[in-house]
Design a protein around this ligand. Structure first.
Ligand SMILES: Nc1ncnc2c1ncn2[C@@H]1O[C@H](COP(=O)(O)OP(=O)(O)OP(=O)(O)O)[C@@H](O)[C@H]1O
Ligand SMILES: [Mg+2]
Length: 294
């Protein structure tokens, strides 16, 4: 659905207008029907990449194909786009702003507006002015706007920024229901947990480079797992040193191959196993490790 090929972008900066390259040859693909997270810290180049995909800003080198074609007015219409920090006219109501967008898209009716308002959970507030909306509600109106023309492909830049945990949960639910309808979704975020919860694939970018791409499940599955074992009532296990000791409890962290040995040793020393928790690396840990490699 989206092919980004060797995209480079630089900006002129400072008094001497020196060129600073912010995307150093970025490549990735987004497959039809996938939910893909573009992940990276502040300044990594997420927004710049998205602007190039949307044709808002031209690349210096490389190319982007959407639906197998160069971006045109036609292909643009098949994309629903939520920009970073969208600006809306305060003195319109939620319904009115959607009407103004739907005039722009043509052939849309009140029924569609109501459907979208319901989907994003703004049915009750639809006739209130935007200036009375909370951040989360504005973000939802932004989402509604992107969904109005029922596009196949959705691109959201930081859709969950500024949302509280409940708002983020609701947003994830909307994304999940869109996925069930077969939509393709690319969204950027620096909130790793959100990405971990809803994405099929992850593209990690750091300082203008793609540092890792992968199917999320495989990425998490392939990571070394270890076990956290809590033990009580013993001076500890032979040959193992605890990570922490407190109040007569010992916490051990061992690899899979060491688990049986630890448990045996605890038993032999008259200790009691209180819990055994398998731990795999989180996306955050993987991300930090990949960044350290750069
Ligand atoms: N118009 C511009 N002129 C000069 N520099 C720019 C411009 N737009 C972006 N940059 C620089 O490009 C780099 C990447 O910015 P970008 O906005 O793409 O990052 P981001 O990953 O979206 O970050 P954030 O998480 O903060 O939104 C930054 O160093 C930024 O300062
Ligand atoms: Mg950004």
């Amino acid at each position: 659905m989206i092919e980004v090929k060797e995209v480079r972008k630089s900006f002129r900066e400072g008094f001497l207008l020196e060129r600073k390259e912010v995307l150093h040859g970025i490549s990735f693909n987004v497959k039809s029907g996938a939910v893909v997270g573009l992940l990276g810290p502040n300044g990594a180049g997420k927004t710049t990449t998205i602007k190039i995909i949307m044709g808002i800003s031209p690349p210096d080198e490389g190319e982007v194909l959407v639906f197998g074609k160069k971006l045109s007015k036609e292909t643009k219409k098949a994309i629903g786009f939520l920009p970073e920090a969208p600006y809306f006219y305060d003195y319109l109501t939620g319904r009115e702003i959607l009407r103004s967008f739907s005039d722009f898209y043509q052939n849309l009716n009140e029924e569609k507006i109501n459907e979208v308002l319901k989907l994003v959970g703004l049915k009750e507030e639809a006739d209130r002015m935007l200036r009375s909306y909370s951040k989360g509600m504005l973000q939802r109106i932004g989402l509604a706007q992107a969904l109005l023309h029922d596009p196949e492909l959705l691109i959201f830049d930081e859709p969950m920024s500024g949302l509280d945990p409940i708002g983020r949960k609701e947003f994830r639910d909307v994304i999940t229901s869109l996925k069930e309808k077969g939509k393709t979704i690319l969204f950027s975020s620096h909130i790793l947990q959100d990405v971990e919860m809803i994405c099929d694939e992850v593209i990690m970018i750091y300082r203008g480079k793609v540092i890792k791409i992968g199917v999320l499940n495989e990425m998490l599955k392939n990571e070394v797992t270890y076990y956290e074992v809590t033990v009580e009532g013993t001076g500890g296990a032979d040959n193992f040193s605890p990570l922490k000791k407190s109040g007569g409890r010992f916490l051990y962290r061992v690899k899979e191959g060491e688990l049986d040995g630890l448990i045996r040793s605890v038993m032999e020393n008259g200790g009691r196993i209180r819990s055994v928790i398998p731990r795999s690396l989180t996306l955050e840990e993987i991300f930090i490790r990949e960044v350290k490699k750069v």
